[in-house]
Structures are given as structure tokens and as C-alpha cells.
Design a protein around this ligand. Structure first.
Ligand SMILES: [Mg+2]
Length: 286
């Protein structure tokens, strides 16, 4: 484990959380060019300054699952989802809420995800918001693992593909690839059309990737997310995760997070896992 990789793991997790906490203020609003992100809470759930929403809570649940079990164990993760929602489900979306409710009633996970998909469709961004940790630990079949983890709650194949794309980008940045190299590996379809900042997985990932592509540093990426409006917290979490790995996150915002200590513990755990076998990218391997 190099200090550099360790820093990138911390940047990825804090990047997600800060992007979520900054974006949540503008969630559901129309676009506005004049927006400057600031840690101020509020938003449609009237959160406190420094609070995070479902995006960070799910990302941490997945990260903690790995720290505790050494893998992304579905049953452990789903148990954490249930416990998280029992504590406070205010900021969660319909797919995850319904899934947790049916799981609590004892339904089998496979049945639950296909049932929720049949009733509502499941091409929502709830599985993409948590996927960054999958890009930060040693994994042989990373993209396939990301698709499988998406399917813990989201049956939709496009949602799974979005997770694979973001996870691969996170892993590339963590291994030292440049932004240009990472963007080059993303299917061009994710950069077509105008950004639509909705809760749809593909729409949200397109917005996150465009903001990441066009941003000049972490703060500028999140500013671009907030300017778009819509699902700013989730798009901020996804784009912020990538930006945080590449550039790190301004310490002022890290210190303002109420979940800072919990994130530090998860980052330590993921970094410890990475000590074993995280492949380090070198130019020679291109
Ligand atoms: Mg949220």
C-alpha cells in the first residue's frame, strides 16, 4: 500500500460524502447557474449542516460490509440496509425503502428485487450511489462484482451497468490513471445528449460523468452538479467520489461532516484490505 493509494481511498469516501452533503441543499430544485456549494444543510428534508443523506449511508453500509467480512457479502449488507432504514428512512428512495420493507417481512432477497422491479421498475440510481468502495479494494472481477452488488437491491441491468462503469473509473483513478485515460475507457453513450439530473440511473451517471469531465477540481465538479439541480445529492455523491479520488477533498468540508469519524474508520478498513493485493497501474501495462 502506497501513501498515494491510501490517500485516494480516503478521497473517494470523503468525496462521496461531501458531494452528498453539499448537493442535498439543492435536491429537487431547478437548475441555477449562480449556485456556489456550501455546507449548509436544509434541502427538502431540512437536514442539519454537515448531515449526509441515503447516498453516503448506503455507501458506508457497503464499505462496512467489506471491512467486517472481507467481501461484499449480500446478506450482511442487506441486514445493514434494514437497520439503517429502521433508524431513519427520511432521505431514502422508493426502490430501497420498498426492498427493505419486504426483506423485513421475511421475503427472500431474490424474490424481493424481482418483485420491486416488476412493480416500479428499478432503473433508479440507488445502487450507483453506493458503488465507489467497490472500486477501492482488491478484486479480480471488479465490473462483474459491481453488477452483482447492484442486483442486491436493483434488478435492472442498466443500473448494474452504471455501477460497473463508475466502479471501473474509480478503480482506474485509484490505480493512478489520469482523468483522460479513465474517461477514454467509458462508453461514449454516457457523454451523449444534454444532462438530465433525474433519479434514473443512466441519467444520473451521465450527469456525474459530464460534471467530472468538465470540472477543474473537486469544488468545481460539485459546483457543476449543484448548478444542474435535480438529484444533486446523489449526482454529487457519484461525481464527488471520482473527483475525491483524483484531487482529494477540501479539508474544510471534510471537517464539517457529521459522519467524519465513521468515514475515517471505513477508509482505514478498506486501506487495510488494499495492503494485500491492490494492483498498481503503471504506464508499461497500457
Ligand atoms: Mg440522497
Amino acid at each position: 500500500m502506497t501513501d498515494d493509494l491510501r490517500e485516494k481511498i480516503f478521497g473517494g469516501l470523503f468525496g462521496c460524502a461531501v458531494g452528498d452533503a453539499l448537493g442535498v441543499t439543492f435536491e429537487g430544485m431547478d437548475g441555477d447557474e449562480s449556485r456556489i456549494p456550501a455546507m449548509s444543510g436544509g434541502g427538502q428534508f431540512n437536514l442539519r449542516k454537515g448531515d449526509v443523506s441515503d447516498d453516503t449511508l448506503m455507501m458506508l453500509a457497503l464499505g462496512e460490509t467489506y471491512c467486517e467480512t472481507g467481501e461484499f457479502c449480500r446478506d450482511v449488507f442487506l441486514r445493514k440496509v434494514i437497520l439503517t432504514l429502521r433508524e431513519d428512512d427520511t432521505t431514502f428512495g422508493r426502490t430501497t425503502k420498498t426492498t427493505a420493507m419486504l426483506l423485513e417481512q421475511g421475503c427472500l432477497p431474490e424474490r424481493v428485487v424481482s418483485l420491486v422491479h416488476t412493480i416500479f421498475g428499478s432503473r433508479t440510481n440507488g445502487s450507483v450511489m453506493r458503488t465507489i468502495p467497490v472500486g477501492l479494494v482488491p478484486l479480480a472481477e471488479r465490473e462483474e462484482t459491481a453488477r452483482q452488488i447492484s442486483a442486491f437491491t436493483h434488478y435492472d441491468k442498466d443500473a448494474g451497468e452504471c455501477c460497473a462503469v463508475i466502479t471501473k473509473a474509480a478503480a482506474g483513478l485509484a490505480a493512478g490513471k489520469t482523468k483522460a485515460e479513465v474517461l477514454d475507457e467509458i462508453p461514449p453513450a454516457f457523454f451523449t445528449g444534454n444532462p438530465v439530473p433525474s433519479v434514473d440511473a443512466v441519467d444520473a451517471v451521465k450527469c456525474a460523468l459530464m460534471c467530472f469531465r468538465d470540472g477543474s477540481d473537486y469544488a468545481d465538479v460539485i459546483r457543476r452538479v449543484c448548478v444542474l439541480g435535480g438529484d444533486t445529492d446523489t449526482i454529487g455523491c457519484i461525481a464527488g467520489g471520482l473527483a475525491g479520488i483524483l484531487w482529494g477533498v477540501p479539508q474544510k468540508w471534510v471537517d464539517e461532516l457529521r459522519v467524519k469519524d465513521r468515514i475515517l474508520r471505513v477508509a482505514e478498513g478498506l486501506a487495510a484490505a488494499g495492503e494485500k493485493s491492490m494492483p498498481i497501474y503503471t504506464k508499461k501495462e497500457i
